[in-house]
Design a protein. Structure first.
Length: 114
Protein backbone atom coordinates (compact mmCIF):
# COMPACT_ATOMS: atom_id res chain seq x y z
CA UNK A 1 0.00 0.00 0.00
CA UNK A 2 1.25 3.48 -0.87
CA UNK A 3 -0.03 6.75 0.56
CA UNK A 4 -0.74 9.53 -1.97
CA UNK A 5 -1.23 13.24 -1.28
CA UNK A 6 -2.39 15.66 -3.96
CA UNK A 7 -2.01 19.43 -3.90
CA UNK A 8 -2.17 22.41 -6.22
CA UNK A 9 -5.88 22.70 -6.86
CA UNK A 10 -7.77 25.95 -6.62
CA UNK A 11 -10.02 28.47 -8.33
CA UNK A 12 -8.91 29.83 -11.69
CA UNK A 13 -10.55 31.71 -14.54
CA UNK A 14 -11.08 30.03 -17.90
CA UNK A 15 -7.88 30.13 -19.90
CA UNK A 16 -5.74 29.99 -16.80
CA UNK A 17 -3.32 27.35 -15.56
CA UNK A 18 -2.76 25.17 -12.53
CA UNK A 19 -0.11 22.59 -11.67
CA UNK A 20 -1.12 19.64 -9.54
CA UNK A 21 1.34 17.53 -7.58
CA UNK A 22 0.99 14.03 -6.19
CA UNK A 23 3.50 12.92 -3.60
CA UNK A 24 3.75 9.21 -2.85
CA UNK A 25 5.02 7.70 0.37
CA UNK A 26 7.31 5.41 -1.59
CA UNK A 27 9.55 5.58 -4.62
CA UNK A 28 7.11 5.28 -7.46
CA UNK A 29 9.42 4.24 -10.25
CA UNK A 30 8.75 0.58 -9.50
CA UNK A 31 5.04 1.11 -10.09
CA UNK A 32 3.30 1.45 -13.40
CA UNK A 33 1.27 3.24 -14.41
CA UNK A 34 0.56 6.31 -12.32
CA UNK A 35 -2.49 8.28 -13.28
CA UNK A 36 -4.63 11.33 -12.68
CA UNK A 37 -8.40 10.96 -12.63
CA UNK A 38 -11.11 13.57 -12.11
CA UNK A 39 -14.70 13.51 -10.98
CA UNK A 40 -17.17 16.29 -11.68
CA UNK A 41 -20.40 16.59 -9.66
CA UNK A 42 -22.94 14.08 -10.90
CA UNK A 43 -20.42 12.32 -13.11
CA UNK A 44 -18.34 9.17 -12.81
CA UNK A 45 -14.62 9.34 -12.19
CA UNK A 46 -12.70 9.52 -15.46
CA UNK A 47 -9.10 9.05 -16.50
CA UNK A 48 -7.32 12.30 -17.35
CA UNK A 49 -3.74 11.16 -17.96
CA UNK A 50 -1.39 8.31 -17.13
CA UNK A 51 2.34 7.65 -17.29
CA UNK A 52 4.20 4.34 -17.08
CA UNK A 53 7.58 3.68 -15.52
CA UNK A 54 8.91 3.51 -19.08
CA UNK A 55 7.57 6.98 -19.84
CA UNK A 56 4.62 6.00 -22.00
CA UNK A 57 1.92 8.64 -21.66
CA UNK A 58 -1.79 8.58 -22.35
CA UNK A 59 -4.26 11.47 -22.26
CA UNK A 60 -8.02 11.72 -22.42
CA UNK A 61 -9.07 13.28 -25.72
CA UNK A 62 -10.64 16.20 -23.86
CA UNK A 63 -7.29 17.34 -22.41
CA UNK A 64 -4.85 16.54 -25.22
CA UNK A 65 -2.71 19.54 -26.09
CA UNK A 66 -3.63 21.33 -22.84
CA UNK A 67 -2.49 19.04 -20.01
CA UNK A 68 0.94 17.52 -19.42
CA UNK A 69 1.73 14.69 -17.02
CA UNK A 70 5.28 14.24 -15.81
CA UNK A 71 7.33 12.48 -13.15
CA UNK A 72 10.12 13.91 -11.02
CA UNK A 73 13.29 12.11 -12.10
CA UNK A 74 15.61 13.62 -9.52
CA UNK A 75 17.38 10.91 -7.52
CA UNK A 76 16.09 12.25 -4.22
CA UNK A 77 12.56 13.00 -5.41
CA UNK A 78 11.37 9.97 -7.31
CA UNK A 79 8.03 10.00 -5.59
CA UNK A 80 6.22 12.87 -7.27
CA UNK A 81 3.99 13.10 -10.32
CA UNK A 82 2.72 16.36 -11.74
CA UNK A 83 -0.19 17.45 -13.91
CA UNK A 84 0.34 20.79 -15.64
CA UNK A 85 -3.02 22.11 -16.78
CA UNK A 86 -3.14 24.98 -19.27
CA UNK A 87 -5.98 26.67 -21.14
CA UNK A 88 -8.39 25.49 -18.49
CA UNK A 89 -12.09 25.32 -19.31
CA UNK A 90 -15.13 25.31 -17.02
CA UNK A 91 -15.70 21.67 -17.96
CA UNK A 92 -12.35 20.83 -16.36
CA UNK A 93 -13.92 21.56 -12.97
CA UNK A 94 -13.89 18.65 -10.56
CA UNK A 95 -11.97 16.82 -7.89
CA UNK A 96 -8.67 15.51 -9.23
CA UNK A 97 -7.32 12.27 -7.82
CA UNK A 98 -3.95 10.61 -8.05
CA UNK A 99 -3.96 6.84 -8.53
CA UNK A 100 -1.15 4.33 -8.15
CA UNK A 101 -1.52 0.54 -7.93
CA UNK A 102 -4.59 0.11 -5.71
CA UNK A 103 -4.22 3.42 -3.88
CA UNK A 104 -6.05 6.72 -4.29
CA UNK A 105 -5.24 10.13 -2.89
CA UNK A 106 -7.80 12.25 -1.09
CA UNK A 107 -8.26 14.50 -4.10
CA UNK A 108 -7.76 18.20 -4.79
CA UNK A 109 -10.53 20.51 -6.00
CA UNK A 110 -10.13 22.35 -9.29
CA UNK A 111 -12.71 25.00 -10.12
CA UNK A 112 -12.61 26.88 -13.42
CA UNK A 113 -14.88 29.90 -13.67
CA UNK A 114 -16.23 31.18 -16.97
Amino acid sequence: QVHLVESGGGLVQAGGSLKLSCVASRNIFSFSPMAWFRQAPGHTRELVASITSGGLINYADSVKGRFTISRDNARNARNTVYLQMNSLKPEDTGVYYCHLASSWGQGTQVTVSS
